[in-house]
Design a binder for this molecule. Structure first.
Ligand code: SAM
Ligand code: SF4
Length: 347
């Protein structure tokens, strides 16, 4: 299916079986990032304030039944890949129960997880047996004290244990590292060195102002270009490798190293042209761009009794009205500037 004619939404959504939806810029939409909670057991500097966080009342979060219904419906519209995120997904009680259901949904080919690793290790054997496609593990430093300063919790050993367990179980693992001036610059090179013997991908992410307080800086010091230059100074033979389709990272490897290195220009927003992803916040609000402030409250639609074809029709309209890129989305926000916590969005 190509671009959709908005007049036919209602008709189309009634008959829609697994198909492929394209947005108004011709980009396929096949990847859903789903925040299962806004709660977290860490307080990362770049994601939320240390104190005074107002979590949503539990009744406002999507129930597992609502999530299952929505994923089923979106799979019928061409979503094949899901990432469960949060907040910290494992803080949500009985998360594994939800994962067991989601891997069974027709049309969902890949289920991925993003986690801080604190509560993850005991579930790794089952994640492996359920065929989880990959895990992104947030790890901003290899130093226990810096970990404590960045996350405001002393849990480094647990995250480290989860990394080891993921590698031991041969679950593909990517390490997510947010690069922060004055916090973890000294960790960039040791993290690159980790890829010498470990088949992992370490992805350095530009810091975005999604921390619940607004921007920490007047301008971003560690852009993707600066991160790359810094790595190249130490590893001049760093080689560009093929980026996977729809990848948000520019990927590299040091010749002879088992793993690779990615750099994500999350603040510079250089990847919007191939963006295939939508987001669902923990309270069921659809975001068609990370930088918009929510375009559709699907939870309310479900709770107000809309049927599947009516919800699909609303989704199609939202997909046909996607901003071209993160800058356009930011300009279109009802609330002025970006300041919400990433824990409500999922990254
Ligand atoms: N709690 C899980 C974790 O930390 O992996 C999942 C949720 S977290 C919001 C998802 C990803 O968003 C993490 O990899 C985190 O590093 C990233 N993130 C959070 N705040 C960010 C920010 N302000 N700028 C860039 N990345 C951010
Ligand atoms: Fe929690 Fe993840 Fe945000 Fe850190 S980045 S505070 S682990 S949700």
């Amino acid at each position: 299916m190509g671009l959709l004619n908005t007049n036919n939404f209602a008709e189309l959504s009634k008959t829609m079986k697994a198909t492929q939806i394209f947005d108004n810029h011709g980009r396929p939409i096949n990847y859903l990032r789903l925040a299962v909670t806004d709660r977290c057991n860490l307080r990362c500097f770049y994601c939320m304030p240390e104190e005074g966080i107002k979590y949503m009342p539990k009744k406002e979060l999507l129930t597992f039944e609502e999530i299952e219904r929505l994923v089923t419906l979106m799979a019928q519209m061409g979503i094949t890949k899901i990432r469960l995120t949060g907040g910290e997904p494992f803080v949500r009680k009985d998360l594994m129960q939800l994962i067991r259901k989601i891997v069974e949904i027709e049309g969902i080919k890949d289920v991925h997880l993003t986690t801080n690793g604190i509560l993850t290790a005991p579930h790794i054997p089952e994640l492996k047996s359920l065929g989880i496609a990959s895990v992104n593990l947030s790890l901003d430093t290899l130093d226990r004290e810096r970990f404590r300063q960045i996350t405001r919790r002393d849990e480094f050993e647990k995250t480290k244990g989860t990394l080891k367990a993921l590698l031991d179980h041969q679950i593909p693992v990517k390490i997510n590292t947010v690069v922060m001036e004055g916090k973890n610059i000294e960790d960039i090179l040791p993290l690159v060195r980790l890829t010498q013997d470990q088949e992992t991908s370490v992805r350095f992410i530009e810091e975005m102002p999604f921390n619940g307080e607004g921007s920490h800086y007047s301008s971003l010091a560690w852009t993707h270009k600066k991160i790359l230059e810094h790595i190249k100074e130490e590893f001049p033979l760093l080689q560009k490798i093929q980026d996977p389709e729809n990848s948000t990272s520019y990927n590299y490897t040091v010749p002879g190293f088992k793993g690779n290195v990615g750099i994500i220009a999350a603040f510079s927003r250089t990847f919007c042209g191939t963006c295939n992803r939508i987001r669902l916040t923990a309270q069921g609000v659809l975001k068609t761009c990370l930088y918009d402030d929510g375009v559709l409250n699907i939870r309310n639609m479900m709770r107000n009794g809309l049927n599947d074809s009516e919800i699909k029709s609303h989704l199609l309209k939202a997909f046909s009205n996607r901003p071209k890129d993160g800058f356009e989305a930011e300009r279109g926000r009802k609330e002025k500037s970006v300041s919400e916590s990433m824990s409500t969005i999922g990254g």
